[in-house]
Design a protein around this ligand. Structure first.
Ligand SMILES: *Cc1c(COP(=O)(O)O)cnc(C)c1O
Length: 404
């Protein structure tokens, strides 16, 4: 069993007071907190080895390059990619998805179809819409049911030889539902479509195995998995990364430049134009080490306990409805109370030191489906406790009394 108090001591912010109350941080779905080892690693980079990478022959440049490339290999092993050049550093999930949609602009033709799910974050809707507008391809949407689960019969029916890309999140940020992506990837491949998985909400909770999943692309952000903001990874299968054109032009991504013609660098540099977030990329590796040191088995056990307790305790409140009631769920509870705007509850409990997210969670189509303006979303991490959930439940009860 995890020693939660010992783990909490790794995160300096967790002992802060907010509005005079001990912080209860349940907005992990928006961004996770950072352990001291990650915070320190950022300073250490700038204090000891700061230099530009892949360019200089001087010692610091080589040290920085080595640390950056070691981090890439660490992440390769973490997600079980076949080659380290299939692991691209990005600024986050949004960047990774746009890199792919930009590449498909030269592949898709009018009449082709792109399938997205109704559970997507705006980051995994809008770039595909823009791509369809540009190419004349058609966007198709996998519907969901009242439990917040994607309807697999409907997905099967959407697939055809016209389908060129299928994209879906591994775990829904708004509802916490875990999607049956392995099934979906197999089905999409059977009609020859490429598959992008938005793993932003999955990587804090589990270790994805991209070879076992057999996905073509897997995008995620560092900041939701204890890493720095402005970091992320796009995994792409070698054959796809070779096929797609570069995203941005600039330094680092070239082999030779003349005014007549430029040839591009080999993978992964072809997709890494300009000076990257060097410190961030290195420290993302530190965050991955930290999570593996805690152990994903332990993380899942603790988070399951939190989810179960929160679901049970919240449902004690009369008029409270939870959205996303499917069986396979990550530690996210999205809820509303009859007749009360989610924002009002969020503001009152914030005064009590409790950080939750209220609103549409960048997933307006889901809110439209349920005919609601938004929800209150409590998203738990392994460093949260049962006591904190009890504090939140009491605070929500208090807010309900004040508002009704
Ligand atoms: C957070 C999130 C994103 C966007 O991530 P950024 O870090 O803002 O680029 C995309 N998809 C899902 C499911 C998310 O939770």
């Amino acid at each position: 069993m995890l020693d939660i108090q010992k783990i909490r001591a790794d995160f300096p912010i967790l002992s802060e007071k907010v509005n005079g109350k001990p912080l209860v941080y349940f907005d992990n779905g928006a961004t996770s907190q950072k352990p001291q080892i990650v915070i320190d690693a950022i300073a250490t980079y700038y204090q000891e080895i700061n230099a530009n990478i892949h360019r200089g022959v001087h010692t610091l440049s080589q040290l920085a390059t080595d640390a950056y490339e070691i981090s890439r290999v660490k992440i390769q092993h973490h997600i079980n990619a076949k080659f380290s050049h299939e692991v691209l550093f990005t600024s986050g999930t949004t960047h990774g998805i746009n890199l792919v949609t930009n590449g498909f602009a030269s592949i898709l033709k009018p009449g082709d179809e792109v399938i997205v799910s109704s559970l997507e974050h705006h980051s995994n809707i809008v770039p595909w819409q823009m791509l369809c507008e540009k190419t004349g391809a058609t966007l198709k949407v996998i519907p969901m049911d009242e439990n917040g689960e994607l309807i697999m019969n409907a997905f099967d029916a959407l697939l055809s030889e016209k389908t060129k890309v299928v994209t879906v999140n591994h775990i829904s940020n708004a509802l916490g539902i875990i999607n049956p992506i392995k099934y979906m990837i197999e089905k999409a491949h059977a009609v020859g479509a490429a598959v992008l998985i938005d793993g932003a909400q999955a990587v804090p909770h589990l270790k994805p195995d991209v070879q076992d999943l057999d996905c073509d692309f897997y995008a995620f952000s560092g900041h939701k998995m204890c890493g720095p903001t402005g970091t992320g990874i796009l995994y792409g299968k070698e054959e796809w990364l070779n096929k797609l054109p570069p995203y941005q032009g600039g330094g680092e991504m070239i082999k030779e430049v003349t005014f007549e013609k430029t040839t591009y660098a080999d993978l992964p540099h072809k997709f890494e134009a300009g000076t990257p977030n060097i410190a961030g990329g290195i420290v993302l590796g530190t965050a991955v080490d930290y999570l593996n040191h805690i152990g994903f088995h332990n993380i899942q056990k603790q988070e399951e306990k939190l989810l179960e307790h929160a679901t049970k305790r919240l449902l004690e409140i009369e008029g409270l409805k939870i959205y996303g009631t499917g069986k396979n769920k990550a530690s996210v509870v999205s809820f509303n109370i009859d007749g009360i705007h989610p924002y009002d509850i969020g503001s009152i409990i914030d005064k009590l030191g409790i950080a939750v997210r209220t609103g549409h969670h960048c997933a307006q189509p889901i809110m439209n489906f349920f005919c609601i303006p938004g929800t209150i979303r409590a998203s738990f991490s392994f460093y949260n406790t049962i006591e904190e959930i009890d504090i939140m439940v009491e605070a929500v009860k208090k807010a309900k009394t004040m508002l009704s």
